[in-house]
Design a protein around this ligand. Structure first.
Ligand code: G3H
Ligand code: ZN
Length: 302
């Protein structure tokens, strides 16, 4: 089916208290892996295109791959811009056919973040496409990640209220203890802060940097208002490890598809595991929608 907007699906997730997996796709194999598992689990899914993926594949190619895979699926697929850098990039993604945008103004001061986010939201809403924005900052591994720094960068609940009112965004990425690009799942979310934010604002909340968060903490976060769970690093690590192992076992192999397939399957395992505790299983059933994914599976066995 054609791409769907994130707006209605995040609102459904918010009402029914489940999390929608927002998985970063770096190449065709990732896109296929994520959508095939969504199809198996009958779950709605968000495919995110990061700044790195845009540089790697180019915006038009990245869009075309996700659109083609979504067309084959019977479950809802959203194409989302991850950590959009500026106004013009958001315009280009809108034109390319993204069904969900993000502006990340977390490096700006509050006033400048509001100004740019509101400008992008106004433009995007004119085309009925929702916008996510970030307040506070989800740090990156390698930044100074002391407990104090992480805490200092967290979303302030009272500021979040003003930010949402002034920008008219559709979903808010909150900094509540996760750090981008962690490989071990040890971070714990500040659930008290999340509860406070959720009690004050009505739009769906988004978790970034989910790869490094303890699964139990993510579950608690979903029960307390997180509706979109962004995962990149765990997928990437699994893919690289699997193709490395395959190559090491078969260094004479010259068919790269045989090397890449275990990578794709490793991404599928990871996505399946995440969807298993996001509560999204069975939430993406659309009456009358038919899957063309079977045909794509046959392709891999030819
Ligand atoms: O925007 C992307 C996500 O926040 C991914 O973070 O690589 O730590 O899972 P992660
Ligand atoms: Zn992120």
């Amino acid at each position: 089916m054609p791409l769907v907007s994130s707006k209605e699906w995040l609102i459904k997730a918010q009402k029914e208290k489940f999390g929608i997996g927002a998985f970063n796709a770096d190449n065709m194999e990732f896109v296929e892996a994520i959508i095939e598992v969504a199809e198996e689990e009958k779950a709605p899914v968000i495919i995110q295109v990061s700044q790195g993926a845009i540089k790697y594949a180019g915006l038009e190619m990245a869009t075309a791959i996700v659109k083609a895979a979504a067309e084959l699926a019977s479950v809802p697929v959203v194409l989302h811009l991850d950590h959009g850098t500026d106004y013009l990039q958001n315009v280009r993604c809108l034109r390319a056919g993204f069904s969900s945008l993000m502006f990340d103004g977390s490096a700006l001061n509050f006033e400048d973040n509001v100004k740019m986010t509101a400008k992008i939201t106004e433009m995007s809403h004119a085309c009925n496409i929702p916008v996510e924005a970030e307040l506070g900052k989800v740090l990156q591994i390698g930044d100074n990640n002391s407990a104090e720094t992480i805490e200092k960068a967290m979303t302030q609940p009272d500021e979040a209220v003003r930010f949402v009112e002034l920008t008219k965004i559709d979903s808010l990425a909150v900094a509540i203890g996760s750090v981008h690009a962690m490989k071990d799942r040890t971070a714990k979310l500040d659930i008290a802060r999340l509860k406070k934010i959720q009690s004050l604002i009505s739009i769906p909340l988004v978790l970034h940097g989910s790869s490094g968060v303890d699964p139990e903490s993510i579950k608690e976060g979903i029960a307390n208002g997180l509706c979109k769970i962004n995962v990149a690093t765990q997928l990437s690590v699994s893919f690289v490890k699997a193709i490395g192992e395959m190559y090491n076992k078969n260094p004479a192999e010259k068919d790269m598809r045989k090397i890449l397939l275990p990578g794709k399957n490793a991404v599928k395992d990871r996505v399946r595991e995440y969807m298993g505790y996001f509560g999204c299983k069975g939430k993406g059933i659309i009456a009358g929608a038919k899957s063309g994914i079977v045909a794509s599976e046959i392709k891999h066995h030819e």
